[in-house]
Design a protein around this ligand. Structure first.
Ligand SMILES: Nc1ncnc2c1ncn2[C@@H]1O[C@H](COP(=O)(O)OP(=O)(O)OP(=O)(O)O)[C@@H](O)[C@H]1O
Length: 327
């Protein structure tokens, strides 16, 4: 049914070269074509240096294209100059969550300033009261306690900074969220919490994701389809389970065989199902993670982050779980 609709994003023969030395060019992105449907999550995987970040920067218009086209919604983005894109109305529809939440936040901006900056620039929500109400709503959505909105980045934990970055990205209700290895700079315990948050947000807000990662297991958890990139080209694409169980390209096989103790079983902490309700009455015990049958170590690692964010813990316990794990 999804495929009967025009794609939300269509990339056609997209190419980016960088000059390297005299008369030589590196093809960082080489004739890449793919589509992404509305509501779909597509994973982009590949080894370091294969061109993932360059492709992301082209699609989010942080980098001018050498050749090819980027269609988004009913617009052709590739013809819009990079310096003009921040003021373009389509800028609101496509947002980026950066790799490192520390690097991507302005150290002189409070969490409130960061979250409201795109709203002030690109939406009709203006005026102090309206902005405060929207910032509070966004903080709740990403599980950031509202009393942290007045803090600067150096006063926030890694997980809290990641939440601020995500709140900024969803502030304008984008149709497409591009996530460039959004958890790779975080501790493994916080990674799990943020991945669950992203899965929950996608379900609640109906956004599409282009999710870049070198971690195939993460892509498997969050995505419907996978694009495998190698030396600037998409060498294989398809539904997640097909790619994992029947890889055709030797590079895809190599990527899968490199996953430590990979099995074709579903992940022990499913990311689907109905949100938990009501709120966990006992904030000292995360019952979701406590009941995870195979994630005992992970569960205990996640606890400090959850207890640190006491009101946040309640939001955390709304993470979707499958009925067999619900308590
Ligand atoms: N501004 C630039 N000038 C020259 N070469 C560049 C530039 N940006 C990227 N490259 C080169 O383009 C290729 C692709 O880089 P890119 O950062 O897109 O890879 P990646 O897959 O995102 O890697 P990683 O996973 O390590 O972030 C690399 O060989 C890189 O050195």
């Amino acid at each position: 049914m999804l495929n009967s609709q025009p794609p939300l994003l269509q990339v056609k023969n997209l190419t980016k070269t960088f000059p390297v030395g005299k008369d030589a060019h590196l093809h960082a992105v080489d004739q890449v074509s793919f589509t992404l449907q509305s509501g779909e999550s597509v994973g982009l995987v590949g080894e370091s240096g294969c061109g993932k970040s360059t492709l992301v920067r082209l699609i989010t218009r942080l980098l001018d294209v050498t050749a090819g086209e980027i269609h988004f919604d009913d617009a052709i983005l590739s013809t819009i100059a990079v310096r003009q894109f921040p003021q373009n109305p389509y800028r609101a529809g496509i947002q980026l969550v950066f790799q490192d939440p520390t690097d991507s936040l302005n150290p002189r901006f409070t969490a409130y300033d960061t979250i409201t900056e795109p709203i002030k620039r690109l939406s009709s929500v203006q005026g102090r009261q309206q902005l405060q109400a929207r910032a509070a709503e966004l903080a709740d959505l990403v599980g950031l306690p509202q009393d942290l909105l007045s803090r600067f980045p150096h006063q926030l934990s890694g997980g809290q900074k990641a939440r601020v970055g995500i709140a900024r990205a969803i502030a304008l209700n984008p149709k497409l969220l591009v996530l460039d290895e959004p958890t790779s700079a975080l501790d493994v315990s916080v990674q799990a919490v943020i991945l669950h948050l992203l899965a929950d947000l996608k379900k609640r807000l109906g956004m599409s994701y282009l999710f870049v990662s070198h971690d195939l297991n993460v892509v498997r958890l969050l995505c419907d389809r996978v694009l495998v990139m190698y030396l600037g080209k998409i060498v294989e694409s398809g539904p997640v389970e097909q790619i994992f169980n029947h890889p055709r390209h030797p590079y895809t096989e190599a990527l899968i065989s490199a996953i430590p103790s990979f099995t074709a079983q579903p992940h022990p902490i499913p990311l689907t199902g109905e949100p938990r309700s009501p709120i966990n009455p006992n904030p000292s015990v995360c019952r979701l993670y406590g009941r995870c049958p195979k994630g005992e170590d992970l569960c205990h690692q996640v606890m400090p982050e959850l207890t640190e964010l006491s009101s946040n813990h309640q939001a955390a316990c709304h993470f979707p779980v499958s009925s067999d794990l619900a308590v």
